[in-house]
Design a protein around this ligand. Structure first.
Ligand SMILES: Cc1ncc(C[n+]2csc(CCOP(=O)(O)OP(=O)(O)O)c2C)c(N)n1
Length: 250
């Protein structure tokens, strides 16, 4: 029999994922691991995780991780990358971590054009703490802190992080993908690989925003959550390359 797939060695075999059914953190972690392995940089990779479900994978991956205080992943990554310029450094953050408590650190690192990669897992809600409203929660979407649904007058509008960064001069590569279909999973892997390659070539700051689901806190089963991504999340957060400086004329 031909071997057509093997599990990435960056995920330890004897550990079991603690993610809820339908949670896409495990998909994204697998993709990151495959890319790290394909680029042959397992031994020089350091992941800075945010606080939240996004940090749960640190127990079962085979490359180095550091957990930053809530929201401070980009500040910690700045220090790690500047002192270890040969390492592949990336942050792995949820929307609460990256766009709420960590907004200043995130935008400041992007504005400085730090040479690391941000993997931003946007599930539209605070996952770990029980479904509080995040900056990316959709209008009308219920959250434990907005039981009647988000309304713009009281809570403001969903925040588009790629577009916000796109007004800054420094960022090199800004892309939004999803994992709701097999084709989008492949696109996400390609985007992560491109972002990591940019860093290894010293090009500066890249962010891959991945629109995902949180079936548990959305109050849905995993399949309904896929429909919700397609119909609602992607209407608010359109997929595509927002900036790619490698394609710009000199
Ligand atoms: C300074 C601080 N404030 C609040 C918390 C509580 N807290 C833990 S995780 C979390 C939200 C995480 O949500 P998100 O970043 O969207 O990640 P997810 O769990 O959805 O992956 C919060 C508010 C904390 N740990 N530290």
């Amino acid at each position: 029999m031909n071997l057509i797939y093997t599990r990435t060695k960056t995920i330890q075999e004897d550990k079991v994922s603690g993610f809820c059914p339908g949670c896409m953190h495990s998909t994204v972690i697998k993709l990151i691991g495959e890319v790290i392995e394909e680029l042959n940089v397992v031994d020089k990779t350091c992941c800075i995780t945010g606080i939240g479900c996004c940090g749960l994978h640190m127990d079962y991956i085979a490359y180095d991780t550091i957990t930053a205080p809530h929201g401070r992943a980009c500040a910690v990554a700045t220090g790690i990358k500047r002192t270890n310029p040969e390492s592949l450094v990336f942050t792995y953050q949820g929307d609460g971590d990256l766009a709420a408590i960590g907004l200043a650190e995130t935008l400041s690192a992007a504005n400085r054009g730090e040479n690391f990669t941000v993997i931003f897992v946007n599930n539209g809600i605070y996952g770990m703490t029980g479904g509080q409203m995040a900056p990316t929660t959709l209008i009308g979407m219920k959250a434990s802190t907005a039981p009647a649904g988000r309304n713009a007058k009281e809570h403001g509008y969903p925040m588009h992080m790629c577009e916000l960064m796109n007004v800054l001069t420094a960022p090199y590569y800004l892309v939004r993908t999803s994992c709701n279909t097999p084709a989008n999973v492949t696109r996400t892997k390609n985007a992560i690989k491109q972002a990591f390659k940019n860093q290894l070539e010293g090009k500066g700051f890249s962010m891959v925003e991945i629109v995902t689901s949180c079936p548990t806190n959305w109050g849905m089963d995993a399949l309904s959550a896929l429909d919700f991504i397609q119909d609602k999340m992607l209407a608010e957060f359109p997929l595509g390359v927002i900036r790619d400086k490698s394609k710009e004329a000199d």
